[in-house]
Ligand binder design. Structure first.
Ligand code: PLP
Length: 439
């Protein structure tokens, strides 16, 4: 199973009994099922995901019976969701898309990113960030991670910029944010466009301002594991009128605003069903975010006391994380040499499912294969592509991918006592580490 698949399974497969207790989340999938508030949450339980109740049923049935299932058939739901999301995130415009990937493709397409262009990105991200660049035959340039925050090391971006750099595409990984002050300053100084990959970061904030509009725009994902979900879905946010219009036309050629509206692009439209689902899901988003905020802070206060466990720090200025993932570094030397794989196994046996997260993207076979791609060899030259593989080294990230441990966002929707049980489970593994390492 590929790393990305296993990650998706981990993030999307949190469904199990229990939870919803602290928020009164009305987590029953059908309105006729009893609420689960009486179920005692244990460290074994994660909140089932996604949550749904009569709100989703009504919203979906409304669209069904309207007969207006797509934005091109005159439905209002996509438009309404775009207005809602733009307003909540403090953006002037939102273009809803079929996924986070197509949000990125829309943004890059509207900017006409193409062959010969370099795009700066982090190595610690989902493969979709890389693919959005390479689908356009542009060249991804990796800038190493910051070990403390897991985010792109903003201090290293300026050195990676060349005359061919068309775009900075930093990622707000785990729903925390990268250092937007430094990145925006570099973008401005070097006159390079900035688009935030905020696919994991709905409601995240930098110095009190929601992410997504610090540069030209930002891209969001509403895929099944995400904090705001319609199974699949995405959005581009921007304050720029011309870019918004270009994104709109790119995501719906033939039905765009320009006349004639045939242009470069593809059908990346969100459906009315998805927009209706998102509006219903949105009614729980803020309460869930508050739960994640409080539980993550409490969990960090507990885990910081365990030698060898280092929770990912928020960059100075990142006053709110979306907590799509809760990440920490595991130092095996403080666990009697117990390997991370065995640590995760023991944690899972103790009822606390955790993941090792991303494997190394920049040194993966998928990334290396780009050097052998005939189109890339033709555009950039064979020698340059071989050199590109050598330039993809990210030593800090190499260490990070071997030390990282993730909890999914659903764990942070449990009760405060669940955080204690998670920390106790880790401390328990540490106590038995010597004996577990021998097995
Ligand atoms: C950082 C990042 N970028 C892009 C994407 C792509 O989003 P989607 O899966 O909705 O296409 C994801 C989704 O997991 C992501 O985590």
């Amino acid at each position: 199973m590929s790393a990305s698949l296993s990650r998706r399974k981990f993030l999307g497969g949190a469904a199990s009994a229990g939870a919803g207790v602290c928020l009164g989340l009305a987590s029953a999938r059908g309105a006729d099922k009893p609420a689960k508030a009486a179920v005692k949450t244990t460290a074994k339980a994660s909140v089932e995901w996604p949550l749904s109740d009569a709100r989703e049923e009504t919203a979906l049935l409304d669209v069904l019976h309207s007969g207006k299932w797509g934005r091109t058939s005159g439905g209002a739901k996509v438009k309404e969701f775009e207005a809602l999301w733009a307003q909540r995130m403090g953006a002037k415009h939102c273009v809803a898309t079929a996924s986070g990937t197509t949000a990125l493709l829309t943004a890059l397409g509207a900017l006409n990113v193409g062959p010969g262009d370099e795009v700066i990105m982090p190595p610690y991200t989902f493969v979709a960030t890389f693919n959005a660049i390479t689908v356009n035959f542009a060249l991804p340039v990796f800038v190493d991670s910051d070990a403390a925050t897991f985010q792109i090391d903003a201090r290293k971006i300026a050195a990676a910029i060349t005359p061919a750099t068309k775009l900075l595409l930093p990622v707000h990984i785990a729903g925390s944010t990268c250092d937007l002050d430094t990145i925006a300053a570099v973008a401005q100084e070097k006159k390079v466009t900035l688009i935030e990959d905020a696919c994991q970061a709905p409601l995240a904030e930098w110095r009190g301002r929601p992410v997504g509009t610090r540069g030209l725009g930002g891209c969001f994902s509403f895929q099944a594991s995400k904090n705001l979900t319609s199974g699949e879905g995405g959005a581009v946010l921007t304050n720029d009128d011309a870019f918004a219009a270009a994104c709109y036309d790119y995501h719906t050629p033939g039905n765009g605003k320009k006349s004639p509206s045939w242009g470069r692009g593809a059908n990346f439209r969100l459906t009315e069903f998805q927009a209706a689902l998102l509006a219903a899901q949105y009614t729980r988003l803020e309460a869930q975010a508050k739960s994640r905020d409080a539980n993550a802070a409490y969990l960090s206060s507990l885990l910081e006391k365990i030698p060898g466990i280092s929770p990912a720090k928020l960059a100075d200025g990142n006053n709110r994380s979306a907590w799509h993932l809760y990440m920490f570094r595991y130092d095996a030397t403080r666990f009697a040499g117990l390997s991370r794989a065995k640590f995760l196994e023991a944690l899972t046996k103790a009822g606390v499912a955790a993941s090792s997260g991303y494997t190394s993207l920049n040194t993966s076979a998928h990334v290396k294969a780009l050097a052998d791609n005939p189109h890339y060899q033709r555009i950039y030259g064979k020698a340059a592509m071989a050199g590109w593989v050598d330039r993809n080294q990210c030593p800090v990230n190499d260490k990070l991918v071997n030390e990282a441990v993730w909890f999914s966002q659903t764990k942070l929707l449990g009760a405060r006592s669940d955080m204690e049980r998670m920390a106790e489970a880790i401390a328990g593994v540490q106590k038995r580490a010597g004996e577990l390492a021998k097995v």
